[in-house]
Design a protein around this ligand. Structure first.
Ligand code: ARG
Ligand code: ZN
Ligand code: CA
Length: 387
């Protein structure tokens, strides 16, 4: 927030960029918000850059995987403590339908674990330092920031747990203290459940702090309608209710991931936050939707693939036992707007044009020849015949 505020003050181009992004988000919500929550799931490719000086800072693969698991639990509302949301707020608690996975395809189409490890001579960092973000600064360069969520794990020595970039900010990605990363391994209570990353990825997907960042005033907003107006942030594990800004009887939603409580004290996103993240993914962060970071390379030059089921990784023959009609790569829209909203809609005949969208990716590397993609369709009916 500090950095954002300073940029707003000093950099007119940044200010303009943030205004455009907010306009796009509000426009998307106005156009698609009423459709309700997305039925499909968006998977974000992640690369974790471990920047270490001591052996302890070179955290294990298991610790990294535990962080991915926490993100997947919390963004899908599958967290074990989801039931702790007070009943007053249970109605707005939401599954954001976003998942995360370590990239399998890196720059230049290289096979990857989605983890890079860099030994550095730097013993620690403070909040405004950016050295970890580049090889020149004794860290690691980002992978294409439009196509991967870049995460740097390093040793902060000034009390900072983590830092996430809003869309439009310089230095895109998320940074996290190695002792606040994941839920198993080298960790420091009470920030040992992986929630720092959930909070920072919330910022990365354009969420604001729930109290509106106006100090203890009641005039700020997080630009989300279903979070109560709240004066200030909370720490520790508050007890319900905490009333401020005349928001009684239920009070502040201090158990939201975008507050500042202990990891054990935060366990929900709202439907409004989830919609804002969805709008951001379809506007400022569309590069993630188009990314091939999760497409395993088949080694061929051209090897076209549409994903049939969520577990279809392109292996042939497809070993999936899931039904084939839930393809992530085929969606129906009642209007010609399927790029702006890549989610299924129930087709309504007679209301206009029904459009069917198909995404085909290349499992191969560096296509050196061009060709024709043919898509064949059969209209299903009791008399269906092929071809
Ligand atoms: N950027 C915030 C900080 O460093 C993150 C707070 C995250 N809170 C948590 N319980 N993990 O202070
Ligand atoms: Zn924050
Ligand atoms: Ca406030």
């Amino acid at each position: 927030m500090e950095e954002h505020r300073q940029l707003v003050r000093l950099d007119p181009e940044y200010r303009w960029r943030r205004e455009q992004i907010e306009k796009d988000v509000q426009q998307w919500i106005a156009a698609f918000g009423e459709e309700g929550s997305r039925t499909g799931i968006i998977r974000i490719p992640v690369v974790v850059h471990v920047i270490w000086h001591t052996a302890a800072e070179n955290i294990s693969d298991a610790q990294i995987h535990s962080q991915i698991d926490v993100l997947n639990a919390d963004f899908r509302r599958l967290n074990a403590d989801a039931g702790s949301v007070p009943s007053a707020f249970a109605g707005v608690a939401a599954d954001a339908r976003v998942e995360f996975a370590l990239a399998v395809r890196g720059p230049g189409c290289a096979v990857t674990t989605g983890i890079t490890r860099t030994e550095t001579s730097v013993t620690g960092w403070t909040r405004n330092q950016t050295g970890m973000l580049s090889a020149a600064g004794r860290g690691h360069d980002p992978w294409d920031v439009t196509r991967y969520l870049n995460v740097w794990v390093c040793n902060y020595t000034d009390g900072l747990l983590g830092k996430g970039s809003f869309p439009g900010m310089p230095n895109q990605g998320v940074r996290c203290h190695y002792r606040a990363f994941g839920s198993t391994g080298t960790l420091s209570a009470p920030y040992d459940l992986g929630r720092t990353m959930v909070h920072e990825v919330g910022h990365y997907l354009n969420l604001n702090h729930i109290w509106g960042d106006d100090g203890s005033l009641c005039t700020g907003t997080d630009n989300v309608a279903d979070t109560p107006n709240q004066a200030d942030e909370h720490y520790g594990t508050p007890t319900f209710p905490q009333v401020s800004c005349s928001n009684g009887p239920d009070g502040d939603m201090f158990m939201n991931y975008m507050d500042y409580t202990d990891d054990a004290g935060m366990f929900m996103f709202t439907a409004g936050q989830s919609e804002r993240m969805d709008a951001t993914l379809h506007t400022a962060r569309t590069g993630l939707l188009a990314s091939d970071g999760l497409v395993p390379s088949s080694g061929a030059v051209n090897d076209l693939w549409a994903k049939d089921t969520s577990d279809d990784d392109g292996a042939e023959p497809n070993p999936s036992g899931q039904p084939m009609w839930v393809s992530d790569d085929i969606w129906v829209r009642n209007d010609n707007n399927g790029i702006a909203n890549q989610d299924h809609q129930n087709p309504e005949h007679g209301s206009g044009t029904t459009s069917v969208y198909v995404r085909v990716r290349n499992r191969g590397c560096s296509g050196t020849s061009s060709g024709t993609v043919r898509l064949y369709w059969a209209k299903a009916s009791p008399g269906l015949a092929w071809p």
